[in-house]
Structure formats: structure tokens, C-alpha cells
Ligand binder design. Structure first.
Ligand code: PLP
Length: 389
């Protein structure tokens, strides 16, 4: 079986050829250290600054507000720990949601051990944050709210602009961090309009290298850095910059921004086709993501439960046919499959255990979706027959 169909793009994406070209060229030509004073250093620094400008333009910030990191996990750690530590004299209360990625949730758990008080806001059955609950939790001691823009397991879009408007109504400043890892290149992001103070970006979700990422930090805000060192990235992220990966990230963001409308049009069609065919042609299947027509639905993620079949069994059975899908998030998919996201949405254990995630990229096609559904029909029937015996 030579055919490979990759529907696990929320876990990571295949790097694009034009991004590889940029990286290769940077490795071969701009190999200097951006901190060096000579020509080679300046050439490398230019690569970093070009990427900074591209990313800032993509999210409507200024280039001095972009800090390069090693990816989403580091940006989330830097943002949440950095703000909490820097502003704790103003208050020790933090707010996040129950459906964040572990790179946010586990940071808040750590901060609880450090003496911070954390409120975890619930979601409705579409995986959308409960704004009334958020309002109730805000207190004079609240210094930071961290809410993701698009959930990585079900693809629910959070009402970021509405949340920032709520936060601005209070007399004291409440800093707003948004994990934008699953959103950049998929839905438009405007940090000004959306009232975002910090935004996490990860490269490998949009066809650039693993280990590349950035954090937008609004001018005027301060952060406690995670590392002490040479003072790169305005002293907020010491360590010699990974210039080729940064250049690749810049190129990937440039392509994704130019293609965002085309991406949406194409991917929504694929997602709709998959969902419609699965729900109509395979009995006892349930959509866990918001419906495709809903304004809360991201274009690239469909989470579906196949009653009676464990998600991991279905993942491996589909792999036999060259189709790669996943159970919930990549981080939890090697461990026991108990999605904290579906649990927060009110799904019961059977539905949670039988859920799988399909996530699309611009590199996927209608033909691949049809092949996947044909194989799903066959595999689900075979597995249910075995289970019934
Ligand atoms: C929503 C979200 N945040 C953060 C991360 C972590 O990003 P990275 O893999 O770049 O560390 C992921 C990765 O799956 C994610 O989906």
C-alpha cells in the first residue's frame, strides 16, 4: 500500500517545498550569527527581521512586538509564566478555560503550586467558552486571562473579540493572552481589532519546521523571561536565533496569509464532504465539532465519534489503508484517550473513547476525502462485526 493520506494536520503538517527552499538557502548563505557585527551577522539578522515583518503584518502588529521562540509550548510558557511573575504584585488571580492545550493548562497547574489562584472556565456543548461564567470569575486581583483562539481537538473558534471587550470594561488592567497555534493561517487574526495583548504562534502547524514559533507581545507590556543568557530578542528569549527555522516560519506565514481565502474555501468543502458522508453513510456516528455552518467552526478540524469503536483502534485500522487520522490531541494520543476537551463539553465516556479527529491542510483533496470515507465504511463495519461476535 503506497498511498498516503494525511489527515492529521493539527498534530503537525508536512513542510512545503518553497519553505524548504528558503530554509536551505538560509543554511547555505545566511549562516552567520545575527549578533555578529560583520557582514555575515548582518545578513542573518536581515533574515530574522524579514520574518519578523512578515509575521507582524499577518497579525496587524508592529515588528518590534514579535519575539521568536522554539514553538507553541515555549511561547505559551513564556507568555503565561512571564506575565504572572512580572505582574503578581498587582494580583494573584488568573483565568483560563477547561479546554486549553496542555502547554497552557499545565503552566496554570504549575502556577497554582506557586501560590496563584486559577479559575478554569467551562464551555458549552460546542466547545465554546461560557462568557457569563467568565464575567463572574473576574475579580480585582485578576491580572491575566488566557483563552485559545481555536481548539485543537474539536476546532471550536472562541469569541476572542467579545472576551477582550469584556476585559476592557474593568477599571484595572487585565492582560489577555491568546493561544493562536491552531488559528494562524486558518482564520483572520488582527491583534488590534481583537484586543489581544499576547499571541502564541507555532510554525509546524502551517508547513514550516517543528521547533519554530513566535510570541506577539504588545508594546508597553513586560515579561519575566524564562531563560537568562545573551539577551537576544530584547532580552526576552536568550539563545542564538534559529535563523533558518525563523526564515522558514516567515515564508510559511507569508504563503498562508496570501492563501487564506483560498484555504478556507477549499478546506471547508473537504470538511463538509467528510462530515456529510460519514454521518449519512455510517450508522451511529456523531459530530463532536460545531456544525460546519456555525460561526464557531474552524475550517480544518472535524471530530467524530464512531459508536462502539475505540478511537485508537480506528486510527490503527485506517493506518493499514494509508490514512492518517488521530485521537484528540497529539499529546494525549499516545497515552490513555480521555479527552479533557470532550469531557468539558459534556460528552459521556463512550462518546469520548470512540472519538477521532480529522484535520486538513491545503495539500489535501476531495479525492482523498472520498477514499478515506470509503475505507471508513469498510473498516467500521468490520470492526463492529468483530466486536459483536
Ligand atoms: C492549541 C495548541 N497550542 C499549543 C500547541 C503546542 O505547540 P508546539 O507543538 O509548537 O509546542 C499545540 C500543538 O499541538 C496546540 O494545538
Amino acid at each position: 500500500m503506497n498511498r498516503e493520506i494525511y489527515f492529521d494536520n493539527s498534530a503537525t503538517t508536512r513542510i512545503r517545498d518553497d519553505v524548504i527552499d528558503t530554509i536551505l538557502q538560509t543554511y547555505l548563505e545566511a549562516y552567520g550569527n545575527p549578533s555578529s557585527l560583520h557582514k555575515k551577522g548582518i545578513q542573518a539578522e536581515k533574515k530574522v527581521n524579514t520574518a519578523r515583518e512578515i509575521i507582524s503584518k499577518a497579525i496587524n502588529s508592529t515588528s518590534s512586538e514579535i519575539i521568536f521562540t522554539s514553538g507553541g509550548t515555549e511561547s505559551n510558557n513564556l507568555a503565561v509564566k512571564g506575565i504572572a511573575q512580572r505582574y503578581k504584585r498587582r494580583g494573584m488571580h488568573l483565568i483560563t478555560s477547561k479546554i486549553e492545550h496542555p502547554s497552557v493548562l499545565n503552566v496554570f497547574k504549575f502556577l497554582e503550586q506557586e501560590g496563584f489562584n486559577v479559575s478554569y472556565i467551562g464551555v458549552d456543548n460546542n466547545g465554546v467558552i461560557l462568557l457569563e461564567e467568565l464575567k463572574k470569575e473576574i475579580a480585582p486581583e485578576t491580572i491575566l486571562v488566557s483563552i485559545m483562539m481555536v481548539n485543537n481537538e474539536v476546532g471550536s473558534i472562541q469569541p476572542i473579540e467579545q472576551i477582550s471587550k469584556i476585559l476592557k470594561k474593568y477599571d484595572h488592567e487585565i492582560i489577555f493572552h491568546v493561544d493562536g497555534v491552531q488559528a494562524l493561517g486558518k482564520i483572520p487574526i488582527d491583534v488590534e481589532k481583537m484586543g489581544i495583548d499576547l499571541l502564541t504562534i507555532s510554525g509546524h502547524k502551517l508547513h514550516s519546521p517543528k521547533g519554530s514559533g513566535a510570541l506577539f507581545l504588545r508594546d508597553g507590556l513586560e515579561l519575566q523571561p524564562l531563560f537568562d543568557g545573551g539577551g537576544q530578542e530584547r532580552g526576552l528569549r536568550s539563545g542564538t536565533e534559529n535563523v533558518p527555522a525563523i526564515a522558514g516560519l516567515g515564508r510559511a506565514v507569508e504563503i498562508a496569509s496570501a492563501e487564506i481565502d483560498y484555504f478556507n474555501e477549499k478546506i471547508i468543502k473537504l470538511k463538509k464532504l467528510l462530515i456529510d458522508r460519514v454521518l449519512q453513510e455510517i450508522p451511529h456516528t456523531y459530530l463532536n465539532s460545531p456544525s460546519v455552518d456555525s460561526c464557531f467552526s474552524a475550517p480544518h478540524i472535524a471530530n467524530i465519534s464512531f459508536e462502539g469503536i475505540k478511537g485508537e483502534i480506528l486510527v490503527h485500522a485506517m493506518e493499514e489503508h494509508g490514512v492518517y487520522i488521530s485521537t484528540g490531541s497529539a499529546c494525549s494520543s499516545r497515552g490513555s484517550h480521555k479527552s479533557h476537551v470532550l469531557y468539558a463539553m459534556g460528552c459521556d465516556t463512550r462518546r469520548i473513547e470512540s472519538s477521532v479527529r480529522f484535520s486538513f491542510s491545503i495539500l489535501n483533496s476531495v479525492e482523498e476525502v472520498n477514499f478515506c470515507v470509503d475505507k471508513l465504511k469498510q473498516v467500521v463495519e468490520e470492526l463492529r462485526t468483530i466486536i459483536r461476535r
